[in-house]
Write a protein of this length. Structure first.
Length: 324
């Protein structure tokens, strides 16, 4: 079910305060300024939730939106947001950089640091909201990639805008079984686009390091369901020293131990969104992927995805489009 915030039926004096409530509920706690020339303010936000991925369409008049240090200091929110411009222009300012978007372009920003969105005229955007820990586990030095333009005219940027438009048009027809997979596909294309930016480049590694890294990942994936899996056990099986295992993983966004946890959490997330597993309890699914402490699992799940396992399951199995 789509949740819609609209100023259409409100009195002019009520619109801006209503809009501030709308953007804070949909994204994170923000300050907002309307038109400075006295023109009437109007706006609409249509919100969908796909597993842990928020998707919204914003259509509005000129405005400035700020994520201030004061808002951040009182918040526990940790999200990355992605603005995908579809009409008009918008500028994102964060980390000393400014990204001006034309239709088709997108850019990344981080809710844990101040930012400003500037719209000098009428505009429309799609906005993605993703849990911060999940994206950081997949993308090294994510903070270096904020407020940079990924062009929608070619490559991954073009795929992203095409996919988002198709998804928005067909979202009501999505089957629950496909919700998590679609959300992951969007994240993969996003990461591909961000990896094309200069700040994403990493020093090349030797062929031997790359070989060992893939060996480690392949073996770990085979053993994710075993709670005894550890860096030491991987090293012993592959006849490597423990220091070698940690060294070859040094170029990854996470340590080997945290990577194993992330893989397990992602696997449980997929199972929670699978209708064929709806009769199995959350604890049963978690223990099936190598977790052995239900409370610890629940805390780790919420920290990574921004919601509880039961909230995610309800969202996915109810159709995947219920906004939180």
């Amino acid at each position: 079910m789509t949740k819609v915030w609209s100023t259409e039926e409100l009195k002019a004096v009520e619109r801006l305060s209503y809009w501030i409530d709308a953007v804070c509920d949909t994204y994170v706690q923000l300050d907002c300024e309307g038109p400075r020339d006295g023109r009437p303010f109007h706006g609409e936000i249509a919100v969908e939730q796909l597993a842990t991925l928020g998707l919204s369409r914003v259509t509005s008049t000129t405005q400035r939106v700020k994520r201030t240090p004061a808002k951040i200091s009182h918040a526990v929110e940790d999200f990355f947001l992605v603005s995908i411009q579809t009409a008009g222009q918008g500028t994102l300012v964060q980390d000393g950089r400014a990204a001006t978007l034309s239709p088709g372009d997108f850019t990344l920003y981080d809710s844990t640091r101040p930012y400003e969105l500037i719209f000098e005229g009428d505009f429309q955007q799609y906005v993605l909201r993703l849990p911060g820990p999940g994206l950081r586990s997949r993308l090294k030095r994510a903070e270096a990639l904020t407020a940079q333009v990924v062009s929608g005219s070619r490559g991954a940027g073009h795929l992203m805008i095409s996919m988002i438009r198709s998804l928005a048009a067909d979202i009501e027809t999505l089957e629950p079984a496909s919700v998590a997979a679609v959300a992951e596909s969007v994240e993969h294309i996003l990461i591909a686009g961000l990896c094309s930016l200069p700040g994403a480049s990493e020093p090349p590694v030797s062929g031997l390091t790359a070989f060992h890294r893939e060996q480690i990942k392949a073996y770990a994936r085979q053993r994710l369901r075993d709670p005894r899996l550890s860096a030491a056990e991987i090293a012993a099986h592959l006849r490597l020293s423990a220091s070698t295992v940690h060294r070859v993983f040094a170029g990854e966004p996470e340590t080997i131990t945290n990577w194993i946890w992330s893989q397990r959490l992602d696997s449980v997330k997929r199972d929670l969104c699978d209708p064929s597993l709806a009769a199995r309890s959350v604890s049963e699914l978690a223990f099936g992927w190598g977790f052995n402490d239900a409370a610890h699992f629940s805390r780790a799940f919420r920290a990574r995805f921004g919601c509880s396992p039961r909230e995610l399951r309800l969202n996915c199995l109810s159709g995947g489009t219920t906004a939180r």
